[in-house]
Structures are given as structure tokens and as C-alpha cells.
Design a protein around this ligand. Structure first.
Ligand code: GDP
Ligand code: MN
Length: 376
């Protein structure tokens, strides 16, 4: 064989091996490309380790889903803690993307350090929230808002006097899923700084949600502080009266009201952990519901949390079998946490939490009520 035909054969061989390699990599091929593309585009100044080395470990199937964290620059350390745990306990085997949102620009250091610990994900994006999705609208009567804030503050209600907290609650209620960076996704997993994931999460919660026709999920359910939602239920009732078609026949009204809908029992799913379907928030029922609630000014005159707002909507506009409790996900926010109570799950997940401290059946938890409502 002469030199030039040997070269031709060699070239052919190399081309064929590359083709076979790409075909056999299959589903990861796209990951690698989006990963490199989006990370480079978004964090141009950050040096990111290439994700190739761990690609072989990634699960084959992935939902159209993202992690999402609203966070301040000053919370970087807490945010790294949360993300590192979620990566170790779950996402290093899946490579789901992350979206970080902030009302101001993220610092270069935030972006670089965060990207550095989640290099295996298919994309890491950092976005700024448009002012109209964050700030108190100009039509709010500021004199009334001020006196109402003072009243809550005097009553000792946590964040009673805080405007940023109200911006955050309103944003999480009605706007996060409208952010540009979230448009391409259907499912999200909400994360906060300084939370803990106690157990290995061995099955993909997004795929579980998708495959089982779920809309909303939770791990902790608690009573809201009554003073923060004084008039919320009255407005919910007004909305239902005007739009009865949005309430599904098999709703969870019985979980949030002990009086057939006359009053609110203050139970809600704790939204600092949420795995849910953004298409539900984007749909006609929730769009009309949020717009109506927002038009009353209650996010500012009172201090409506995104947790009761989301929970009431999930309870009324989704069927009860579309709301899911993730027993196997051990989770901690401040002093309140859920630890899988079933021995087998606790062992299987190599959980670090103490089951005796799980909040589930604490007097301040609504889980017993939920059990009774769901399972009779
Ligand atoms: P709590 O859980 O109700 O006590 O409220 P947090 O202080 O934990 O806030 C809820 C989430 O919103 C967390 O992820 C915070 O990082 C985020 N957050 C709250 N206020 C602000 C804010 O003013 N700016 C930004 N960027 N994030 C905020
Ligand atoms: Mn929190």
C-alpha cells in the first residue's frame, strides 16, 4: 500500500470512528453542545471545567425541566451549599440546567463560583428580573401600604414592614415563570440558599411528575400567619364566584377549607421547596386568578405569600390526585424539615436526618390534615 492510499484509509477510519462515537453517545450529544454553548455565552469570563468527563454517568431520559433559584448576591455561600447538596444527592446523575434570578445583576464572582460547582449541568444561566415584575406597581396607594405595613410590623409579624419581601412574594406568585430564561422549560424545582437535601434522590422527580400527570408537589405543609392573608380568602371566593368553571370537580378544597369553602384554614404547601409544572401557572385559570388577586393590591396592603397563593390555586384548579407529596425527599429549611419516615426509604436514601425530628406530624404541620383528606 503506498503512502497516499494509506493516508486516505487513515482519514476514512478517523471520520468513521468520530461518526460512530457521536451516534453512540446519542442523547448526550445535545447536552455537550448546549452545555458548552450556553455556559460560554452566559458566563463569558468564567473558566468552566468541560463537562465531558462525567457525561457517561448521566441518566438517559430527562424532562424539560430546570432548577431555579431567586437569590441575592450576598447569599452566595448559602446558595453554593444548597446547590452542592442538590448536585451530590441528585443532579450529578441527571445534569438538569439551572436558572438563577436576581433583582440586580449577579456579580462576576457569584457567576464564576456557582458555575464552578455545577459544571456537569447542561446549562447555567443568570438573569435579571425586569422592574415591572419586581417593583411595587405605581397604582398601589403608598399611604395605605405604609400604614398597613406599620400595622403588621407592630403586631410582630415577620417581614411585616418589608417591601422587598413583598416584591419577592409577588414575583414568586405571578412572574418567575414569565422570565425569558424560563420560557423554554415546563418543569421547575425551586431552590433556596441554605436549605438542605438530606437523602439521595434516586428516582427523577421531574419524570415522576410528568409520567403520573402531576402538577404540583411538596414536602412540607404548614399554617400561614393569619394576619398576612386577612382578606385573601374573601378575594378567592369572589374570584370563584365570577369564574366557577376554573374550579375542578375533584379539587382539594377539603384540604384548605374545613367549612366547604366558606373559610380558609390557613394550610398551605411550603413553597421554598416546589417541583411543579409552569404550564399550570401559565394556563388560563392561574393567569386570571393571579391577575385578579394582584389587582386588589393585597400583595402590598397585606403580605400575601406565594405559598398560600400557589397552594390555593393548586388546590382548586388541579385535581387532588395531581398534587404529590414527595415522602422520599429529605429537606430542611431553617428549623423545619422533612425526613422520610419509612425506614426503608430512609436507609435507601442514606439520609442524614433524624426521623424523630421530622416536622410531618408536628402540631404546626398540616400533613395530618392532608393525609385525612387524601386517604380518608
Ligand atoms: P423566607 O423563606 O420566607 O424566610 O424568605 P427568604 O428570605 O428565604 O426568601 C425567599 C427566597 O427569595 C430566597 O431564595 C431568597 O434568596 C430570595 N429573596 C428574598 N428577597 C430577595 C431580594 O430582595 N432579592 C433577591 N434577589 N432575592 C430575594
Ligand atoms: Mn427561605
Amino acid at each position: 500500500m503506498n503512502k497516499s492510499s494509506r493516508n486516505v484509509l487513515l482519514t476514512l477510519g478517523v471520520v468513521m470512528s468520530i461518526t460512530i462515537l457521536f451516534l453512540s453517545v446519542g442523547p448526550y450529544h445535545e447536552n455537550v453542545l448546549t452545555s458548552m454553548g450556553s455556559i460560554n455565552a452566559i458566563v463569558s469570563s468564567a473558566t468552566c471545567p468541560t463537562p465531558h468527563h462525567e457525561q457517561g454517568l448521566l441518566a438517559q431520559r430527562r424532562a424539560n425541566a430546570t432548577m431555579v433559584m431567586l437569590v441575592r448576591n450576598a447569599e452566595l455561600e448559602g446558595a453554593l451549599n444548597s446547590v452542592r447538596q442538590l448536585e451530590d444527592r441528585f443532579n450529578r446523575r441527571h445534569g438538569y440546567p439551572y436558572v438563577f434570578l436576581n433583582d440586580v445583576e449577579f456579580t462576576e464572582s457569584f457567576k464564576t463560583r456557582m458555575t464552578n460547582i455545577i459544571a456537569n449541568s447542561s446549562s447555567v444561566a443568570f438573569g435579571v428580573i425586569p422592574k415591572e415584575h419586581w417593583e411595587q406597581p405605581s397604582w398601589i396607594d403608598e399611604a395605605k401600604a405604609t400604614s398597613d405595613r406599620n400595622r403588621l410590623s407592630m403586631a410582630g409579624v415577620k417581614y411585616g414592614d418589608s417591601i422587598p419581601y413583598r416584591n419577592m412574594c409577588r414575583f414568586n406568585s405571578g412572574f418567575f415563570f414569565k422570565h425569558d430564561l424560563l420560557q423554554k422549560y415546563r418543569w421547575y424545582w425551586r431552590i433556596e440558599p441554605n436549605v438542605r437535601y438530606h437523602c439521595d434522590i434516586k428516582t427523577d422527580p421531574f419524570l415522576f411528575m410528568e409520567d403520573n400527570d402531576k402538577v404540583y408537589s411538596f414536602v412540607l405543609t404548614v399554617y400561614e400567619i393569619g394576619a398576612t392573608v386577612s382578606s385573601l380568602w374573601k378575594h378567592v371566593r369572589d374570584f370563584i364566584k365570577k369564574n366557577p368553571e376554573f374550579v375542578v370537580p375533584d379539587s382539594s378544597m377539603g384540604f384548605i377549607s374545613d367549612s366547604g369553602g366558606a373559610t380558609y384554614n390557613l394550610c398551605h404547601y411550603w413553597s421554598n421547596f416546589e417541583i411543579a409544572d409552569m404550564d399550570f401557572w401559565r394556563g388560563p385559570a392561574y393567569t386570571a386568578f393571579f391577575d385578579y388577586l394582584d389587582s386588589t393590591g393585597g400583595f402590598y396592603y397585606e403580605r400575601w405569600g406565594d405559598a398560600p397563593v400557589h397552594s390555593i390555586a393548586a388546590s382548586l384548579f388541579a385535581r387532588k390526585d395531581q398534587v404529590h407529596f414527595f415522602e422520599e425527599i429529605g429537606y430542611q429549611h431553617d428549623d423545619w424539615g422533612h425526613c422520610p419516615l419509612m425506614e426503608e426509604r430512609w436507609q435507601n436514601g442514606r439520609c442524614s436526618c433524624d426521623r424523630e425530628h421530622s416536622f410531618d406530624y408536628n402540631v404546626d404541620s398540616c400533613k395530618a390534615k392532608w393525609d385525612r383528606f387524601m386517604y380518608g
